[in-house]
Design a protein around this ligand. Structure first.
Ligand SMILES: *[C@@H]1O[C@H](CO)[C@@H](O)[C@H](O)[C@H]1NC(C)=O
Ligand SMILES: *[C@@H]1O[C@H](CO)[C@@H](O)[C@H](O)[C@H]1NC(C)=O
Ligand SMILES: *[C@@H]1O[C@H](CO)[C@@H](O)[C@H](O)[C@H]1NC(C)=O
Length: 493
């Protein structure tokens, strides 16, 4: 069997080689959706991405913190070596596009991150609450396309813009080997903006934050759907509900330490309900005042949602009341949380501990984000689960900052053209999650034992995304790579 397959493969390969002789090797097909995997570190409670930078000699792997609200991509350039690196000079078009702030110089030996007459851009390290102006540079980065549920070929982004930062800026970035940060804010030099424009994809990206890495990694999709979260075979992009993304209308551009509020992602939260009952607090906190203070923002660097004190107090009080109606036993609180319970008095469900649901009611006729126990509670110690919200004091800049724990296992699609947020229901309801082991086709097909072979002759319509049929330009490219004229990827054994 293996022998005859090898023969077939070789046979097709020679035909393909022959037909390409005139036109040269096939080009990579135009990608539709780009993808990065998200790792969660359960100590730092932060989310990370890795990518290759620098080409062709030896790319550097950059481990970077994901920051939804940050304007740029940056990493510590101290030991960065790449022959394809180029800095941006002051006043250049690149500098204008990146909203360069000043012209910077350097007194030491010239290298990436040290040059004169160079465009400086704003970078922020949330772990130190430290901002600085660093050299704008560009280099080739590599990104993978996704087909159905599978990771496909890698593509080069030849002029990826980032800030080449000094080591002081990168100090205390949380996690192991973290060299930098990738920003997703509404700027031209954020990660998704650059990838969308490099491949002419829709100005859309989606995040699926994992609660743990035990069963697989989370996803960043750039360019739109489909979003397949196996074992579910539904395309999740078809069932998102949407709410407007609102721009914080700070009159005079106001720089906070973490950048400009108007570049960050706010939504219009209209009320909060616990088991369908309204939580009372001043509605004025949900809109912006003339300085951009107030409202509801989405953040990936805040581990637990932070609430204005008056919202927090009402939420905790009402939650305790509902929990006691459900015979859930309250126990002593574990800091920083305000309401903790004996987990032995709570049943377990596919959506986590069976506690009262918390609904975030959003703008749009029927849009609500329902938080079940998996997103509203956290295990603070053995047999103790706590309401996973934090008191943000009486004068926070933003009244509600939705944090990572509350966003895990939902798909959040940021559509920048339509200015709306698409939201799935909790993936846990469908027995799936954001922890996905996505097969890397390139790696799989390189292993001869993997069933990466010409498609079966029978009807291919109606196959689930567990099957991948590669046709057209992609097949020509695959043929060149793997020596077959088209591929079918069978479900894993
Ligand atoms: C920048 O200019 C100064 C003054 O001319 C010079 O001493 C320094 O070496 C230059 N730095 C680099 C990186 O070329
Ligand atoms: C997570 O971060 C902590 C603190 O920086 C580090 O000690 C740990 O090794 C990290 N874990 C992983 C899996 O990277
Ligand atoms: C999820 O799994 C449970 C038990 O394995 C099963 O009873 C339930 O029907 C499944 N739900 C869905 C939506 O697949």
């Amino acid at each position: 069997m293996a022998f005859s397959q090898t023969l077939t493969t070789l046979f097709i390969f020679s035909l393909l080689s022959f037909s390409y002789a005139a036109s040269g090797p096939p080009k990579l097909p135009k990608p539709k959706v780009m993808h990065f995997s998200i790792r969660k570190n359960e100590t730092t409670l932060q989310y990370y991405v890795s990518y290759d930078s620098g080409y062709p000699d030896s790319p550097t792997i950059i481990d970077a913190l994901i920051d939804l609200g940050a304007p740029s991509v940056w990493f510590d350039c101290t030991s960065y070596i790449s022959s394809s690196y180029k800095r941006a000079s002051c006043g250049s078009n690149r500098c204008k596009k990146a909203k360069g702030l000043s012209c910077i110089g350097c007194n030491s030996t010239p290298k990436p991150g040290c040059s004169n007459n160079t465009c400086g851009v704003f970078v922020y390290n949330p772990a130190r609450d430290y901002s600085s102006v660093q050299e704008l540079g560009e280099d080739t980065m590599r990104v993978y396309a996704i087909e159905g549920a599978y990771v496909w070929f890698d593509y080069e982004v030849p002029k990826f813009q980032f800030a080449c930062a000094d080591s002081v800026t990168a100090e205390r970035l949380p996690g192991d080997h973290t060299k930098g940060l990738v920003g997703f804010a509404r700027t031209e030099i954020s990660l998704p903006s650059q990838i969308s424009s490099a491949f002419k994809l829709a100005k859309k990206f989606a995040l699926c934050l994992p609660s743990s890495n035990a069963l697989g990694l989370g996803d960043i999709f750039i360019g739109g759907g489909p979003y397949y979260m196996l074992p579910s075979i539904e395309d999740q992009s078809l069932s998102l509900v949407s709410t407007p993304l609102v721009v914080n209308p700070t009159g005079t551009p106001r720089f906070q330490s973490d950048g400009q509020l108007s570049n960050q992602y706010f939504i219009n939260l209209k009320s909060i309900e616990i088991s369908g009952k309204h939580v009372a607090f001043s509605p004025a906190l949900l809109s912006f005042d003339k300085n951009g203070v107030g409202g509801t923002k989405i953040s990936t660097t805040v581990p637990y949602t932070i609430l204005h004190s008056s919202i927090y107090k009402s939420l905790v009080k009402d939650f305790i009341k509902e929990a006691s109606l459900n015979k859930i036993k309250r126990v002593q609180s574990v800091a920083p949380f305000g309401a903790c319970f004996d987990s032995k008095t709570v049943a377990n469900t596919i959506t986590g501990p069976a506690v009262p649901n918390i609904d975030l009611v959003l703008e749009g006729s029927t849009v609500r984000m329902r938080l079940y126990g998996a997103n509203s509670m956290v295990e603070a110690k053995k047999n103790v689960i706590c309401l996973a919200f934090i008191d943000g004091g009486v004068q926070p800049t933003t009244s509600i900052v939705l944090g990572g724990h509350q966003l895990e296992n939902y798909i959040l699609e940021f559509d920048l053209t339509a200015s709306k947020l698409g939201l799935s229901s909790s993936l846990l309801l469908q027995n799936t999650s954001c922890s996905q082991s996505r097969f890397d086709i390139q790696a799989m097909c390189a292993v001869s034992t993997f069933p990466c072979q010409p498609p079966p002759p029978q009807e291919t319509e109606g196959l689930s995304p567990l099957f991948l049929i590669v046709e057209g330009e992609a097949a020509a490219y695959a043929g060149d790579q793997f020596g077959v004229d088209s591929l079918v990827l069978l479900p894993p054994p």
